[in-house]
Ligand binder design. Structure first.
Ligand SMILES: [Zn+2]
Length: 70
């Protein structure tokens, strides 16, 4: 199941939503303030893959709430 990351344009909070089906994309709202003015972020996976060639990046540059072994 795809997980998408969003940023609320109203309160600025970042949140992730796991979609069970495509139709849910149309009903995304901020988890904090409920605003539907949210902006979907680019895939963090793709960005990180491109940046990991320099070696093990520490969590200091990692925007994820949970990185490392899961
Ligand atoms: Zn919000």
């Amino acid at each position: 199941m795809p997980i998408f990351e969003f940023t609320c344009l109203k309160c600025g909070v970042d949140f992730e939503i796991l979609f069970r089906n495509r139709n849910e994309k149309m009903a995304v709202a901020c988890l904090q303030c409920g605003s539907k003015k949210v902006e979907r972020q680019m895939s963090t996976f793709a960005g990180k893959i491109g940046n990991t060639s320099a070696g093990d990046a520490g969590c200091g540059s990692c925007a994820a709430t949970h990185c490392g072994p899961s």
